[in-house]
Ligand binder design. Sequence first.
Ligand SMILES: Cc1ncc(COP(=O)(O)O)c(C=O)c1O
Length: 488
Amino acid sequence: MERTDFDHSKTPIFSFLQEYIKKDIIPFFVPGHKHGRGLKEFTDFLGKTVLNIDIPSLPETDNLANPIGIIREAQELMADAFGAEHAYFLVNGTSEGVQAMIRSAVKPGEEIIIPRNAHKSTIGGLILSGAVPVYVYPEIDPELGITTVVSSSTIKQAFKQNPFAKAVFVINPTYYGMVSDLKTIVRTAHRKGAVVLVDEAHGAHMGFHDDFPLTGMEVGADMSAASLHKTGGSMTQSSVLLLRGNRIPEENVKQTLNLTRTTSPSYVLMASLDVARKQLALYGDELLEKTLELARYAREEINKIEGIYAFDHSLVGKYGIYDLDETKLSIYTGRLGISGFTLERELMTRFGIGLELAELNTVLALITIGDTKESVDRLIEALKIIASEREIQDPKKISELPEMPDLIVSPREAYYGTKKTVPLEKAVGEISGEMLMAYPPGIPIVCPGERITQDILDYVKILKEQHAMLQGTADPYANYIRVLGHDS
Ligand SMILES: Cc1ncc(COP(=O)(O)O)c(C=O)c1O
């Protein structure tokens, strides 16, 4: 990021809280645990400090809904660190940011060009906003059996066919660290008078070291939402929404966020954003250099193991992939003759190693500023042992990806439409009233408003056999699905 004269050693919220606990305030306000005294077992376990700083919005602590004090100052520092004009702290993750982006930029009935492999939160954004999706489809790497990215030429084509689209939504990067040519997409969209909304759930760290793909803010996108809690060091749930330029009015964003967000945001989470921003702004380059060294070392060592392939830069230039975030250590399991789910289970049960994501043919190990050579060596050694116990095979996919289903009615129409519940195996030909997905990655296999196909059911059957965690349907086991229509 371009450096400015903001003083990034400052942590307005965190510093306030450090002073607050020294004052020994007697709280006649919520939360009712009153600095932890009302929740002794938990306080003894966590330590007093966390509960002591779990305080509400007070005259001295500013208010996230209308920041004019320490939260405002912290958000301004955040905006500066990310090269944005405005930053908004989020305590409901990037899901909240994704939905706020769509709702701030697109009105009911207006079109938004959106990748069909977007996270489930975008579907929530479409339902809440009434925006009409123009789905664009990612490329598929047939060898690895994964979707990659939506290419800039696909976006160009989508604008040709839908010249009045108001926005384009881009994932930067995908779970596997792949990015499209975002700069070109921004240029295309802006020429068409559309705004660019960027999902940077997996890219909060990217602007702090030169070797990462470019961020939305760096290439002139209008808004982006970044999960600082995933790769930026802050605590779970804490993310940031970023805004630049004047295509989307600042007032819209503030008011949109205030429609749905809690009036009791956690100061623990917001303080963690404050400190994570300081760390990234002051030491990000150095910390990420070490992270990249570890990721490169891990990738090199893993690629020496027979039967295992860790995705590398050789993928760039294929299937729309413009660049790769090297800290996403994605591993193809096809030649071991096991699914990603099996590898994930073995690593956890035999070696105490947890992964970020498993899919049918792949797993993802995330390398971040929190990793060490020891943690990475444990992973490499465990993979060596597992591979040595397997007979290496010709790559064999467990399943092809299902064809993306046809959109029949908008997600919002489907959401509010009358529904009946049918057994999943009898749902072929029906229009889905629900999402269904494996989580992670949280990319719907079917979305509300789409026609359910046999292909989809076959794929879900395989996911179930592999013990993937399914969600989205009202039925917690996804044996039934709600579809459009009346009970007969
Ligand atoms: C691509 C993508 N976007 C958005 C989100 C939502 O982020 P959060 O968990 O911070 O709400 C996720 C979560 O994994 C994601 O993978």
